[in-house]
Design a protein around this ligand. Structure first.
Ligand code: RET
Length: 256
């Protein structure tokens, strides 16, 4: 009798397991590494969002908005990643439209960050923000039209690169770059320099992915999605952490 019960229990457990395994196969296959990267990065975005919102209160008042915006960027990305994962896992298609909607919201928010961290220590003109916004819109609209096939991939690339170069010009040699270098605030100079490196080197991953994915070939949809995913992880979370670190540096310098 006992043996029979044990057997029944084992059978039920096995059935349960295989049922769960089947459910998993439908949702996320164990060999779907692109899908796994979507999942892992969405959780990273969630953790970063919680972190930035909880840390907001520990930094000096002038830096709070910057840390809040960092949390908005990862929070918006988190939600888009949940949808992108769904599209990828269920259809195997690249979630291009969700990705670009995410970029269209989060990249301008990151441009606001350049403005905000300057404004945290100096009086600055709103023109900086508008120029960075226009640069990012040109970059993303060009890229989207090219990736979605509305215009030739090469044309989309050229337009996208032009927008990016304009952003780089503004943060290196334009008004924003000049104000940062003259500010004499250590936390700001460090953060601005690090954000600038992210926008130069971290962001370069996207056009490289685009070139190999659409222009020269050599990178398929699988790899392109992994490349974009890793780039987002770096460019959203590290970008926010740099701002948070500068904010902490300014905060402790002040309270000491
Ligand atoms: C959080 C998302 C970020 C920081 C996304 C950034 C996206 C780019 C820097 C995209 C750049 C592109 C070019 C410079 C040219 C061609 C097309 C793009 C849109 C991939």
């Amino acid at each position: 009798m006992k043996k029979l019960k044990l057997f029944a229990l084992a059978t039920v457990a096995l059935l349960g397991f295989s049922g769960a395994a089947n459910a998993e196969t439908v949702l996320l296959a164990s060999d779907d590494f692109v899908g796994i990267s979507f999942w892992v990065i969405s959780m990273g975005m969630l953790a970063a969002t919680a972190f930035f919102f909880m840390e907001r209160g520990s930094v000096a008042a002038g830096w709070r908005t910057s840390v809040t915006v960092a949390g908005l960027v990862t929070g918006i990305a988190f939600i888009h990643y949940m949808y992108m994962r769904g599209v990828w896992v269920q259809t195997g298609d690249s979630p291009t439209v969700y990705r670009y909607i995410d970029w269209l919201i989060t990249v301008p928010l990151q441009m606001i960050e350049f403005y905000l961290i300057l404004a945290a220590v100096k009086k600055v003109s709103g023109g900086i923000f508008w120029r960075l916004l226009i640069g990012s819109l040109v970059m993303l609209i060009g890229g989207y039209l090219g990736e979605a096939g509305y215009i030739p991939a090469m044309l989309g690339f050229v337009v996208g690169i032009a927008g990016w170069i304009y952003i780089l010009y503004e943060v290196f040699s334009g008004e924003a770059g000049k104000i940062a270098s003259k500010s004499g605030n250590k936390g700001l100079v460090t953060a601005f320099g690090a954000m600038r490196m992210i926008v130069t080197i971290g962001w370069a991953i996207y056009p490289l992915g685009y070139v190999f994915g659409y222009l020269t070939g050599g990178v398929d949809a699988n790899s392109l999605n992994v490349i974009y995913n890793l780039a987002d992880f770096l460019n959203k979370i590290a970008f926010g952490l740099v701002i948070w670190a500068a904010a902490m540096q300014n905060t402790s310098a002040r309270s000491r």
